[in-house]
Design a protein around this ligand. Structure first.
Ligand code: EPZ
Length: 426
């Protein structure tokens, strides 16, 4: 298995281009199932997760092409199968979101339940609640969801008991073609949801309330193809902002927006990092010896994103003072803490709160993590650690960070990938 090897303690200086958001791209791809027209997605990242989704969509009848490196076209002239099998859904949970569009277009679908994952149980009860509220009949058998709506879906009221990104997206993807009006209350407000709603509206949907917690849809008979540019990846943006800060660097992040991560940038400023708006993004400057401890608590958007919690913890391991990091979204999302401790970090986890006491230096070591954001937090720690850090199980990083090594080496980091063959020899 590939490894990433980092020689730390080099300040990053330069520019890093930000890619389109993974978590938007894969839901936008699912929207292609709702029309026989062509959906053209620009600013499309090239990641393992977008490839998983393309594999599944091809099996369902999509023609998926990449005419340019950051453009993807998708067209589903007809759905050839309404079955999303376990072997594909288990690789990436978000493929579960094809259930709603398949049901909307075909009147039936069979989709594998995704199962839990390292960061938590991650049930899909709210997704199923959505489909039932729209009139679908749902049965669970042998690990599969069997959904039926032979006379089509009809609009309904969906009041979520808790905020869910995936279930809100699923509600949009299922209700656009339902008969009549659908109201979604307590909807998630993440920028990726607004991105999906904007794309669906460009395809002919009638969704209002974008960016608020109440979304209203007037069902339409048909959607058409369109061209849409994927919103910048706010999690990739925040990750590289921390890479600049933790190394005491000076980096401009381009093709991104500060308004996508206000709560996060407020915390970064409180930690002593200077953020300056630029034409195509923003600049991050820090003095690594002056970083201050700051408490954070994850929350649904516009709060501090859970997908940046591990990276912020890496920053806090070398800040002056004691910080408290509370994880409120997932029940098991501190898997990076013991690995950061292998590098010399002082972290004490108690339930949903991690207490981090900043240390003067981290020291390189072999580490590995079991999810994407945890893995990249180890890369960040490796950038500031003395000596060599080897990050194992790199395939997690390939799911969500496009050209990670190139982007970091472009700013002076010493980081390289060792292919499996090289690691066997080593
Ligand atoms: C999305 O996951 C993201 N994934 C996650 O990013 C992100 O961490 C999460 O939203 C929160 O921002 C994608 O967009 C592909 P949720 P999602 O439904 O939609 C519980 C990454 O690293 N819940 O908002 O699965 C759930 O268990 C990934 O890129 C239910 O109880 O998240 C969790 O505790 C990791 N029942 C909470 O809600 C349900 O039916 C929020 O989950 C659905 C969710």
């Amino acid at each position: 298995m590939d490894k990433i090897v980092i020689e730390g303690r080099r300040p990053l200086v330069g520019k890093i281009p930000i890619s389109g958001a993974k978590n938007s791209a894969i839901k936008l791809m699912a929207a292609s199932l709702l029309t026989d027209g062509e959906l053209r997605l620009d600013n499309m990242p090239n990641l393992a997760d977008t490839r998983f989704m393309a594999d599944l969509l091809r099996r369902l009848g999509a023609i998926v092409e990449r005419p340019e490196p950051h453009t993807m076209t998708l067209q589903v002239p007809e759905v050839v199968s309404a079955l999303a099998p376990y072997d594909l859904v288990r690789k990436m949970r978000a493929t579960f979101n094809v259930l709603g569009p398949l049901l909307a277009r075909e009147g039936h679908a069979k989709v594998s339940l995704p199962g839990g994952c390292a960061i938590g149980a991650r049930p899909v009860d709210l997704h199923l609640q959505v489909l039932k509220a729209l009139g679908a009949h749902i049965d669970l058998h042998e690990g599969y969801v069997y959904a039926q709506a032979p006379r089509g879906l009809s609009g309904g009221r969906i009041a979520f008991p808790m905020v869910s990104v995936g279930a809100t997206e699923h509600a949009l993807l299922a209700a656009v073609l339902a008969k009549g009006e659908t109201v979604i209350e307590n909807a998630a407000r993440e920028p990726e949801i607004t991105d999906l709603a904007e794309c669906l509206n460009a395809m002919g949907a009638k969704i209002s309330g974008l960016g608020t917690s109440t979304l209203t849809l007037q069902g339409v008979d048909r959607l058409l193809g369109t061209t849409h540019s994927v919103v910048p990846d706010r999690i990739e943006t925040g990750t590289y902002a921390i890479a600049a800060a933790i190394t005491g660097g000076d980096v401009e992040l381009v093709n991104t927006r500060t308004d996508l991560l206000t709560a996060f940038l407020d915390k970064l400023r409180a930690a002593g990092v200077t953020i300056t708006q630029t034409q195509g993004g923003f600049r991050v400057q820090a003095d690594a010896t002056q970083l201050r401890a700051v408490d954070v608590e994850t929350a649904p958007y516009p709060g501090f994103p859970t997908d940046l919690q591990a990276q912020f913890m890496a920053l806090m391991t070398v800040a002056n003072g004691e910080s408290h990091i509370s994880e409120t979204i997932f029940e098991n999302r501190f898997l990076h803490a013991p690995e950061l401790m292998r590098l010399g970090a002082d972290i004490h986890v108690q339930g949903p709160v991690a207490t981090v006491r900043g240390v003067r230096t981290l020291e390189g070591a072999p580490v590995m993590a079991t999810d994407l954001r945890a893995s990249v937090s180890l890369v960040l720690a490796g950038l500031v650690a003395e000596g060599k850090t080897t990050v194992n199980r790199v395939y997690h990083l390939d799911r969500g960070f496009e050209n990670l090594e190139e982007k970091l080496t472009g700013c002076g980091a010493q980081i390289e990938r060792m292919k499996e063959s090289q690691t066997q020899e080593a």
